[in-house]
Design a protein around this ligand. Sequence first.
Ligand code: IMO
Ligand code: MG
Length: 464
Amino acid sequence: MPQTIVTIGAQWGDEGKGIVVAELLRNADVCVRSQGGDNAGHTLYDSNGEKHVVNIAPSGTIFDHVTNVIGNGCVVNLQTLEENMNGAKGDLYISDAAHLIFEYHKLLDGAQESRRRKKIGTTKRGIGPAYVDKMNRSGIRAGLLKHPELLEEKLRSAIDLKNQELEFWGVEDRINPDAYLEKMKPLFEKYAPMVIDTRAYLISALHEGKLVIFEGAQGSNLDIDHGTYPNVTSSNTTIGGVLTGTGLSHKEIDRVIGISKVYTTRVGSGLMMVDGDAEDLINNMSNKDQYFQQCKLTDSDLEIIGSGDSNHPLYDQLVSRFIRESAEEFGATTGRPRRVGWLDLVVLRKSIEVNGLDGLILTRLDNLDGIPRIKICTRYVNKNTGEELKILPNNEPDLVGFEPEYIELKGWNSTASIRKLEDLPTEAREFVDCVKSTLGIDIYRVKNGPKQGDYVELKNPWSY
Ligand code: IMO
Ligand code: MG
């Protein structure tokens, strides 16, 4: 059986990775984050059914039996970590080569975003500026938590420089070094003992036969190199990020599983060929109330969906709104509406290739329940030239003139609480088969409910 499993979001994040990882961790000993920071938002349920959202803490921190690792590829905000660790259970180690996020990173993130003519829609958690400092060799590593005097010296000089940068960007706030250090010192002291060479720890854990889950954050198509640049995050969210972000070699990776919703969502701006609504309309809404005031489905909208007339000019848009409403596709912390569209296999093919995915875990099948006609985008076609694209290209301008082409399947009534493949409605099984055969990839599990354990298993992720 595999000793290590990597999970990677196969779309643009928010695929339900947290819960899928928590399900896999039932049988595993170690949970590792390799990249990203507290831009992630992973929702989980502990053994008492209580809900937790973690951002930088690995998902295994809700279990007693799991040792958690924040790898060197991560950027760590200790204040968020402290919030996430409230009530946490398992052990935690932080790589001495991981970089720390400080208040000035967040202020700069906000300032730079507000100056952008075309917004990325960042989480304003300071992720980009922290990775800039890392790449510019001016970042501060977690290893310095073990050398408080050196840390203070470096932080004071960084604050001095960053205050000038804040002025340049027209930000009024300044960081007061004394006050900031006083606020942060208890956190520095608390987390210093957890800072180790996590690469060495992982090697020894693997030698001892421990089972390890690498927990993906963000999604393959938000990768700084292979995603829809510039509307991406600042780390390598793909398989390469697991290697550089932990210091392990490719020989230690036994299985790579992509996680995808059965439809597509995306937060913020950027390419999304299957978007059901106008990008600007959804992106200009900052919360749920605003969305419901403008877009709440009416009875006649529901009639159009119910008619199953998939050629109706409003069908795709209304279905995307139906999914947004019923599946609660609003940002977990901000409440911003997510953009919603049909499943896009062109996007998934790119993730399969870039990451060498062994298979997929599909999530949110139950959120397609009750939709009479269901579409899947299988390729993009240029209406003028007839040219087709089956894999997402790197640059958006290369897609001018292309439109998504869909196949259509019959919908089903309900999949809720079904636990066996053979008990799924025939149409739902046909949907899963269609994804599997069109992509030519294994499907391990299909989640059909929001809680851990709500899934149908097609193939055991732990067996060869
Ligand atoms: P999880 O792990 C969805 C998006 C942001 C923004 C872009 C850049 O929960 O799936 P950043 O703050 O990273 O510089 O923002 O990336 N983004 C995510 N979208 N899920 C995430 O994480 C994301 N992390 C970043 O919305 O468009
Ligand atoms: Mg998220």
